[in-house]
Ligand binder design. Structure first.
Ligand SMILES: [Zn+2]
Length: 416
């Protein structure tokens, strides 16, 4: 894999950093990151963002990585630790050779001293927790970073605008600024690596892109330390993308999700007013109130005694939906309902709901043959077919209506 032709351009409205990425088979793509000119002084002109984005795809493809551009000496040295860690997980990554020109410091056109702290923010439990945790400290979070082109596909402009509007309202009330970054990173990289493995490096890439203005960037964690396993965003992995100027922090591993809700979200009027957790992309709906994530969050708020104070979720829990839910035990998500069940039992709350949660946990451990078959096809697709089945399904739906497909699959509980 080769990264070259790194270009930083300021247009009438936006500043864009781009690079040509040549993959082993000779396919060349132009990867870009873009931000409004208000933040043009934050934008670097070095190769760090591209190194962060391309390292794991290179390891997966077993292709050496050559970078024609300046790279932070610290980051270049850390690539060895990153590769040791990720290869050690034994999930299909192999060490490769990384060649780049180590050059620190004066790569900034204005040579500014970064002075702000930012966090990736979606309005969900993890990002609210990280924001609230640091809010009263000396180096409180001054900026939220919101990305178009990672979790939210570039094509889905309508949902992006909708989600951005709510993040901007929260930011205004919280007294922080929102930096919107647009990138085609996912469109390009998902062809080479499953997106779950790119999560931390993609966010680190965006943080590095803005590292002339940011000295510290938080990546909110989704799991408590004892729940962790190999995954694309991880407290041992994300900080290794830091440079001499920028500290990247994987934040929040001291608490499980139910603890975050009980100790932070349930006590914050701001979070209760604006919490957005839904994993569906449904036009005009802030939270769908029907998906696994919505139901789970409502149960966590119930355990915290704060469901009736939530402004963005209904106050009733559909016990039938809870019974039907299937949790992905492989990704440790099964721990969330187990935490909920423990808390409901301890407080002697809602016996019917307790029974439904217990039922869905057991069912998830012993999946029906059809579901196991579907999982096997997905595994084979990932391992041997270069995700052709996945790309067929989502390639089709991107052009059609992806929202509808997600909604349908979720309703029928084919995805959770
Ligand atoms: Zn939902």
């Amino acid at each position: 894999m080769k990264i070259n032709n790194i270009t930083r351009k300021t247009g009438t409205k936006h500043t864009t950093l781009s690079a040509d990425i040549t993959f082993g088979a000779g396919i060349k793509e132009n990867l870009y990151l873009r931000v409004a000119n208000k933040y043009k002084h934050f934008v670097v002109s070095d190769a760090n963002p591209f190194l962060a984005a391309l390292l794991l795809p290179s390891m997966r493809k077993k292709e050496d990585l050559t970078i024609e551009g300046d790279v932070s000496p610290k980051l270049l040295t850390n690539t060895r630790s990153i590769m040791n860690l990720v290869e050690g997980w034994k999930v299909g990554f192999e060490k490769v050779s990384v060649k780049g020109k180590a050059k620190s410091g004066k790569t900034s056109p204005l040579n500014l001293n970064p002075s702000y702290s930012a966090s990736f923010f979606t309005g969900g439990v993890d990002s609210f927790y990280t924001f609230l945790k640091h809010n009263k400290k000396k180096d409180a979070i001054t900026h939220f970073i919101f990305i178009h082109g990672c979790d939210i596909p570039l094509e889905n402009k309508e949902f992006f605008d909708d989600a951005l509007k709510s993040v901007q309202i929260i930011a205004k009330e919280a007294g922080v600024e929102v930096i919107v970054v647009e990138t085609n990173m996912r469109t390009i990289l998902e062809q080479h690596l499953e997106w779950e493995w790119e999560l931390g490096s993609a966010l680190s890439s965006v943080a590095l892109f803005l590292s002339n203005g940011l000295k510290k960037v938080y990546i909110p964690s989704g799991l408590r330390s004892d729940q962790l396993g190999p995954y694309g965003t991880h407290p041992e992995l994300d900080p290794l993308f830091s440079t001499e100027k920028l500290e990247i922090i994987h934040d929040g591993c001291e608490s499980s999700r139910i603890e975050k809700v009980a100790n932070s979200i349930a006590k914050s009027p701001l979070a209760l007013k604006y919490l957005r957790v839904c994993c569906q992309i449904i036009k005009g709906k802030y939270n769908c109130n029907e998906c696994v994530k919505c139901e789970q969050t409502k149960m966590e708020l119930l355990c915290a005694g704060a469901l009736n104070k939530a402004k963005t979720l209904t106050h009733t829990i559909d016990v039938d939906l809870v019974r039907k839910a299937i949790y992905n035990t492989k990704l440790n998500y099964n721990l969330f309902p187990e935490d909920i069940l423990k808390s409901l039992k301890k407080q002697n709350l809602e016996p019917a709901l307790q029974e439904a949660v217990a039922f869905s946990i057991e069912k998830s451990k012993h999946l029906p043959l059809s579901r196991r078959g579907a999982n096997l096809v997905a595994e084979i697709d990932k391992k041997y077919l270069d995700r052709r089945i996945y790309k067929f399904v989502f390639g089709f739906t991107e052009k059609e209506d992806r929202t509808f497909l997600y909604k349908f699959l979720s309703r029928t509980r084919l995805i959770s």
